[in-house]
Ligand binder design. Structure first.
Ligand code: ATP
Length: 306
């Protein structure tokens, strides 16, 4: 039976990387159809959702620059949850976002928060919606939201709703984001203009390397069609430095501008990290990360007041 089962919940959600990303068509409704490998890594946003006296949705965030109004994907997810589940928002919903996922990085920062809100509200309101139903609601918000709910490693096709779970790659990732982002819509427009001339990432090779736990094969198949379309020079420079430092592979994630590189072990990754720390290039984010299973996950729930 649905009802308020908690007063406050905390949900943790990992960042997403595209190990491999291609555009394979359009669906006739204006959406591009994608194909590629996605990976969750141990870099998290943590959201606390709380029902209080009052009405509406109030968002606050530890990072300046994140929109706090209805355009925040966390607010959009809350609206979609109440509309899609039939639950009523009869109190004020306060959402606190502790953000660690870099902005405009192609690491699904906003989509991750949307996924966390869907999981949190499902628990808070005791609705018991299934993962496929949450994914369906999530897809209406953004194409990365279904993956942010599932997590781990997966081949993502269609608009991002066809997800096939794959084994996590072995190894350690160095992730670096140069200063500045790209405009996602602009990136797709540029893609449309140049699509005939682009080299295609080998998604099949990525999938089979992941299945066979072939780290070198995963590295070789790391590629992103958007790197040829909208990557600033700093992205190409990072890919080159990471390769020189012994990465098995390196590529931009999403429509940029973070670059992820895969190393066979921690010491190799550390050497690259230390070099990049010496400010070879101006960076907004630099970190060493590992693949993780799971997507948006409940951390704790405070019981309702008596
Ligand atoms: P993706 O990998 O899904 O393309 P991204 O890394 O390119 O994501 P985000 O950091 O998710 O980009 O943010 C893109 C825009 O979304 C920002 O400019 C911001 O204004 C808006 N936005 C809406 N909600 C959020 C949120 N909860 N967190 C961060 N940005 C948000």
């Amino acid at each position: 039976m649905a009802g308020i089962t908690a007063r406050k919940v905390t949900v943790q959600v990992p960042a997403k990387l595209n190990l491999c990303l291609d555009v394979v068509g359009e669906d006739g409704k204006g959406y591009h159809l994608l194909d590629g490998g996605m990976l969750a890594v141990d870099l998290y946003d943590t959201l606390t959702l709380c029902l209080e006296e009052g009405e509406g949705i109030e968002i606050d965030c530890n990072r300046p620059g994140v929109p706090l109004d209805e355009s925040n994907l966390a607010a959009r997810a809350a609206r979609a949850f109440f509309q899609g589940s039939g639950a009523e928002l009869s109190q004020k919903l306060r959402i606190h976002i502790k953000k660690q996922i870099p902005a405009q990085a192609g690491m699904a920062g906003g989509s991750a928060d949307a996924a966390a809100v869907l999981v949190g509200l499902n628990h808070l309101r005791g609705m018991g919606l299934t993962l496929p139903r949450l994914m369906e609601l999530g897809l209406g918000i953004g194409s990365d939201v279904p993956f942010c709910l599932l997590g781990g490693c997966a081949r993502a096709q269609g608009r991002g709703e066809r997800l096939e779970t794959l084994p996590l790659p072995q190894g350690v990732l160095v992730i670096a984001k140069p200063v500045g982002g790209t405009d996602t819509r602009g990136a797709f427009a540029l893609y449309d203009r140049r699509r005939e001339q682009l080299r295609r990432p080998d998604v099949e090779a990525m999938v089979s390397a992941l299945r066979q736990q072939d780290g070198a094969g995963v590295g070789r198949a790391m590629a992103n069609v958007f790197e040829q379309v909208c990557a600033p020079d700093a992205v190409h420079a990072l890919v080159k430095v990471m390769g020189e430092q012994g990465a098995l592979g390196a590529s931009m994630t999403g429509t940029g501008t973070a670059v992820a590189s895969l190393f066979p072990d921690e010491s190799a990754a550390q050497r690259c990290l230390q070099l990049l720390k010496q400010k070879v290039l101006p960076l907004e984010y630099l970190g060493l990360h590992r693949p993780v299973e799971g997507g948006a996950t409940m951390l704790e729930a405070a019981p309702p007041s008596p």
